[in-house]
Design a protein around this ligand. Structure first.
Ligand code: C5P
Length: 195
């Protein structure tokens, strides 16, 4: 089968030297992509900026910003059987990108943020030919929020993880997740190493 897996954070530029991003390490997406490749599947990994070695035996394309990741994902859907949107895509980006480095001033500085395009939601069309898996990193009401996300983004599966503790979630080597299926079934996966 053909898998497209996204991983890591995105960087939303503010000016030529600054950006908004998040703490995603990319470990989960890389582990999923490598596991699928080891199981014999054809895997395209679309990665935000991470400090991880490029896995062997799969194709890797880098995407820095949410807009770039949106375009790369949409350009590579032909013949795809499974899309796993593991990337921590930024929800907001600066409304404008300054062409020059913003100068430091004594007054407070406000940045106007606008919503990014939601890649996962854009894939949730009824006539899609692939299984669509999304992720939900939550700090509270894990199952409720994840179920809502599954419905709003029209996914087949949502993998939810609690990022409110320092022992699971972002930047950790282990994770425990709750998997919610479209038909209402819920599976809990106990703490385990990502890779
Ligand atoms: O809404 P939230 O950001 O919590 O949703 C998380 C899920 O949506 C993840 O699967 C993430 O990859 C995806 N997402 C996306 N595009 C965005 C924001 C989130 O594909 N702009």
């Amino acid at each position: 089968m053909r898998f497209v897996v996204t991983a890591g954070p995105t960087r939303e530029p503010i000016d030529p030297v600054r950006y908004l991003s998040n703490r995603s390490s990319g470990k989960m997406g890389y582990a999923i992509a490598e596991a699928a490749a080891e199981a014999g599947h054809n895997v395209l990994l679309i990665s935000g900026p991470v400090n991880l070695a490029a896995p062997k035996s799969l194709e890797l394309i880098s995407a820095l910003s949410s807009d770039e990741m949106y375009d790369v994902v949409h350009r590579h859907l032909d013949g795809t059987d499974v899309v796993v949107m593991c990337a921590a895509v930024a929800d907001y980006k600066p409304a404008t990108v300054s062409a020059h480095k913003i100068k430091k001033q004594d007054q407070a500085l406000s940045l106007e943020l606008i919503p990014t395009r939601d890649i996962l939601a854009s894939l949730g069309k009824e006539d899609r030919q692939f299984l669509l898996v999304g992720f939900a990193a939550e700090t509270n009401d894990l199952e409720k929020n994840a179920r809502q996300k599954l419905q709003q983004k029209n996914c087949d599966i949502i993998v939810a993880n609690d990022v409110s503790t320092i022992t699971s979630g972002m930047e950790t080597d282990e994770n425990e997740v709750t998997i919610l299926l479209r038909d209402g079934e819920i599976k809990k996966i106990a703490r385990a190493p990502r890779a």
